[in-house]
Design a protein around this ligand. Structure first.
Ligand code: SAH
Length: 285
């Protein structure tokens, strides 16, 4: 979006909206929220230097269809448009020296003020999150909590990250996608949104499919098979073809437990504890 240096910062400033219920520039945040609440749309606002990265893969398949039909809406705020001076500077050198650049607290703060509607009122549940390798590791429970909220504001960092003061001032939660470093928060934001949006009612047609998959039960998912019945001499486990539902359920639980125990001892311990089983005893079996 071309920037007009004379245009004042405000809720509609630098906004790139997606979805059927996209923002009308004249509507105030309060009215908008009331309107959207009636329609029940979940909202995400993303502060980024690369608004064109959105909706990206979120515009495809089930999340894309749900965006089109208005089950959720996405607004990307261009951080550049909150920048300082003629060049709209958003970053500066790190205090104390060192490599790289840091996103300025004043610039990010202004964008957050615009994006974090809902946080000023107790009536709305609206987490504000900074994507950061230092953050709490993202998991399914977080996605479930966020899907149950009214919306979410995500701040995507670039360069060396964001001035600490803005994170403290706005009590921003830091959330990480994993123990690795990306060049920016945009890919992480898309992953978090995808995991969250698919838990919103009606986004995925068959609800059973989210109930049974990895993590919902605390276990990794059992292996899946489909046609052809034989492929490169490999057959489908007999139980799955038996038509005996109780046996199939037992087989799947057994496989899920076995996989979790082998691959994710951390999840396995938590699963046993949740069931009141003793991990030591279980190991001896
Ligand atoms: N200097 C920082 C890394 C900055 S990477 C550090 O060592 O912690 C630039 C931006 O990419 C970050 O501000 C963050 O928004 C995003 N990012 C990088 N890795 C990430 C991860 N694992 N999870 C979520 N966001 C990440």
């Amino acid at each position: 979006m071309p920037s007009d240096p004379k245009e004042p910062a405000g809720p509609s400033f630098g906004l790139k909206s997606h979805g059927r219920l996209s923002i009308v520039a004249s509507a105030g945040p309060r009215e908008l929220m009331a309107d959207l609440r009636v329609k029940g749309a979940w909202r995400v606002k993303i502060i980024t230097l690369f608004p064109d990265a959105f909706p990206g893969t979120l515009g495809l398949s089930l999340t894309g269809k749900a965006l089109e039909t208005g089950l959720w809406t996405l607004e990307a705020l261009d951080l550049r448009l909150y920048g300082e001076g003629k060049h709209r500077n958003v970053d500066d050198t790190p205090a104390g020296g060192g490599a790289g650049m840091v996103l300025r607290a004043d610039v990010v703060g202004e964008a957050l003020t615009d994006a974090a509607i809902g946080t000023s009122s107790d009536r709305y549940k609206w987490p504000v999150v900074y994507l950061s390798p230092r953050g709490k590791p993202f998991d399914q429970a977080m996605a479930q909590n966020w899907a149950a909220a009214d919306g979410l504001t995500l701040l995507c960092g670039r360069f060396e990250g964001v001035d600490q003061r803005v994170l403290d001032e706005y009590a921003v939660q830091e959330v990480s996608l994993g123990d690795f470093v990306l060049t920016g928060g945009e890919i992480a934001a898309q992953a978090l949104i995808d995991a969250t949006v698919r838990l919103i009612p009606r986004v995925i047609g068959n609800h059973l499919s989210t109930d049974e998959e990895s993590f919902s039960s605390g276990l990794l998912e059992f292996p899946q098979y489909t046609r052809p019945l034989v492929w490169k001499d490999r057959v489908i486990p007999e139980t799955l073809l038996s038509g005996h539902h109780a046996h199939i359920a037992d087989w799947r639980r057994d496989m899920a437990e076995r996989l979790t125990k082998e691959r994710r001892p951390d999840l396995w311990r938590a699963y046993l504890a949740a069931q009141g089983r003793d991990p030591i005893e279980d190991q001896e079996q």
